[in-house]
Write a protein that binds this ligand. Structure first.
Ligand SMILES: Nc1ncnc2c1ncn2[C@@H]1O[C@H](COP(=O)(O)OP(=O)(O)O)[C@@H](O)[C@H]1O
Ligand SMILES: [Mg+2]
Length: 217
């Protein structure tokens, strides 16, 4: 499956979740390519820190939309899963990702509710859907997930309410909380599932997200 992880806002956890989703799938036995679509190349740098004894995850950086599209279409014959991390702004790479992906994950932060970024994402999804339908592709399944949520708050309900304003976006109730293990693992090119000391709650949250996106129950 080709999964794009995009938001026009930076710092919402795109790269962190992309690394975690890619590694979770690799640990589940899939051949995975992580595409870094951000000029800053954060995902590629993080994966370069990954030690050799870990499950391999291929990574390529394509920050030009045309090249990203051609490469992903070509590589999708070779890989089981391709996870695309886009940069934090509207770009040709982000638009190509929305065109080529089977699913989209839009991470967003609680409280600020980033509604302007959701409005932007919703309109980018609508535009991508026009091209997709023209080319006989399905509508993009665009999933919004809360990242860096606080525990015990009303973040979930409020987030679901905000997302409901955008018909082309769907809220999924698999929030990821702010957890040191998630940040530390991703910063070293690791998924939280392979990070020690093991943070079981963090593992459960990432697994719930991955299972929901890949329809594994
Ligand atoms: N669930 C999380 N728990 C803890 N820290 C997180 C979490 N998600 C993201 N971060 C931290 O937030 C910052 C921004 O995340 P990043 O993935 O780089 O965002 P983006 O790619 O959207 O710009 C990083 O310092 C990262 O470690
Ligand atoms: Mg990033």
């Amino acid at each position: 499956m080709i999964v794009a992880i995009c938001n026009v806002k930076g710092g919402v956890g795109k790269t962190t979740l992309a690394i975690n989703v890619a590694i979770s799938r690799a640990l589940a036995g899939q051949d995975v390519l992580l595409v870094d679509g951000d000029r800053q190349g954060t995902a590629e740098i993080a994966l370069s820190l990954r030690s050799d004894n870990k499950t391999p995850v291929a990574c390529s950086k394509y920050d030009d939309g045309k090249i990203l599209l051609a490469q992903v279409q070509h590589q999708s014959r070779k890989y089981d899963d391709i996870i695309i991390d886009s940069g934090g702004r509207d770009s040709s790479a982000l638009r190509a990702a929305l065109y080529v992906a089977d699913k989209l994950i839009v991470p967003f932060a609680p409280r600020s509710f980033d509604s302007w970024s959701l409005a932007d994402m919703s309109s980018l999804v609508d535009q991508a859907n026009i091209e997709r339908q023209r080319d006989g592709k399905n509508k993009l399944d665009a999933l919004v997930v809360l990242n860096c949520a606080d525990s015990g708050g009303k973040d979930n309900e409020e987030a679901a309410g905000v997302v409901a304003e955008f018909p082309s976006l769907r809220y999924i109730d698999t929030p990821i909380r702010r957890r040191k293990a998630i940040a530390n693992a991703a910063g070293n090119g690791m998924g939280v599932l392979e990070y020690t000391p093991r943070d079981i709650k963090a593992c459960d949250e990432i697994s719930a997200l991955v299972n929901c996106v890949f329809n594994v129950y």
